[in-house]
Design a protein around this ligand. Structure first.
Ligand SMILES: Cc1ncc(COP(=O)(O)O)c(C=O)c1O
Length: 403
């Protein structure tokens, strides 16, 4: 073996993700992709960001291009603290905020400070693939909690924790419009989950990139809003409400020692997140009326796309398949009992429509009939055409194990 390929043991589980591989196929112009998790690019506030960049350069000049503090610029941390305090009806201090390079970096840093090889992490089943990838790099093992249309089931969490050996380092969950299923953790399960974790002294990683993209119903209190002794690391991001290319996201941590470790881990990773992106994000987001109107446009557009996709699926899906209509977010989850969606992807790609097969979202890769459909990126017309193609592909796909 070439010495260049003598990698550290922790790289053994690093594999190209199905999603990234598939995004390559979808570069072809005639393929309709429900695969990536991309926001609608036509909604990016390009003019406003250009204006904000000019304003920042005029006002801060070289300071916006200089090295900066690891925690993030104070303006951005104050903005996050104020927004979370308003949304969650609880007072949060900017001192507890660290600006990270996408919430994906937050997940990596959490893995870095908590996970030794072989440590357990508790996950929903299925769970966000990017989190599994981040924790895989630290050689985590997973304990999964039973999950239904109301998200993680508290009694199952309790059972898992009561028998876990070694005891897990933390539980990771996406409570709102989860990636991949679009499910939301039911209101009546939220406090019980916090109390169970409090009782077992288990840190909670609450990843909430989609919470602001609610189309129906009312916002539910995040886990971090409960007065509790539980240590909660809350992750939010600008990726879905402004633009993912800025890589501006935030970690809210109430526990001082945990915060300090995260800051030290981030120092080693990148010293700090890009200052210019933070200044620009802050400048635009501080124009409150314009920014709220912008978030409102995203919600309206995605709600219509969700509706079009749900209607099209009702018409196109054969009997026996079913889907969950999410109340927000960017994803819709379909089950095709008896059909392996990895096989289906091959059939559907020939018909020029792609999605993400579900198996990779299950830590044990043991469920093969799920698929994740993204509805934020394609136009309403494309969604209609794509779902019709998908319905035909499902009818044409041989059942799993069949000849
Ligand atoms: C559940 C979840 N967490 C984290 C991320 C990463 O987001 P960011 O762009 O903030 O790194 C995503 C992106 O799709 C996601 O779905």
């Amino acid at each position: 073996m070439s010495r260049a390929a003598r990698f550290a043991e922790r790289t053994a589980r690093l594999r190209a993700s199905t999603i990234r591989e598939m995004l390559k196929v979808t570069q072809q112009p005639d393929v309709i992709s429900f695969g990536g998790g991309l926001p609608a690019p036509e909604l990016f506030p390009t003019t406003e960001i250009a204006d904000a960049t000019r304003d920042v350069m005029n006002e801060y000049g070289a300071a916006a291009l200089q090295y900066s503090v690891t925690e993030g610029i104070s303006e951005m941390r104050e903005w996050v603290a104020a927004r979370l305090s308003r949304r969650f009806d609880r007072s949060f201090s900017a001192d507890g905020i660290v600006i990270v390079n996408g919430s994906q970096q937050g997940l990596d840093l959490i893995g870095k400070i908590y996970i030794d090889p072989g440590d357990h992490v508790v996950l929903e089943n299925p769970s966000y693939l990017g989190a599994i990838q981040a924790f895989d790099a630290y050689q985590a093992r997973y304990l999964t909690v039973e999950t239904d249309d109301g998200g993680m089931i508290p009694e199952s969490l309790e059972r898992v924790l009561a028998t876990a050996d070694p005891f897990p380092k933390f539980v990771y969950l996406v409570p709102n419009f989860q990636n991949p299923t679009g499910r939301t953790l039911a209101a009546q399960r939220r406090e019980p989950i916090v109390r169970i974790c409090e009782r077992f002294d288990l840190p909670i990683v609450e990843d909430d990139p989609y919470g602001e993209l609610r189309f129906d119903g009312h916002d539910l209190p995040p886990l971090v809003s409960y007065a509790s002794q539980a240590t909660i690391l809350y992750l939010g991001t600008g990726s879905k409400i402004m633009a993912p290319g800025l890589r501006v996201a935030w970690l809210l941590i109430g526990h001082e020692d945990v915060l300090e470790k995260i800051v030290l881990a981030k120092q080693g990773a990148d010293l700090h997140s890009g200052s210019l992106a933070q200044y620009v994000f802050h400048r635009y987001a501080s124009r409150t009326d314009a920014f709220e109107a912008h978030v409102g446009r995203i919600v309206e557009t995605y709600r219509r796309r969700r509706d079009v996709m749900a209607r099209a699926l009702h018409q196109a899906l054969p009997r026996g398949t079913h889907f969950v209509r999410p109340e927000g977010g960017m994803f819709l989850w379909v089950r095709t009992p008896g059909i392996d969606t990895a096989d289906l992807l091959r059939v559907s790609a020939e018909r020029k429509v792609v999605f993400v097969p579900g198996a990779s979202f299950y830590p044990a890769h043991d469920v093969h009939d799920g698929m994740r459909l993204n509805f934020s990126n394609a136009s309403e017309e494309m969604i209609e055409v794509g779902i019709e193609r998908l319905g035909l592909a499902i009818r044409a796909c041989p059942p799993a194990g069949g000849s």
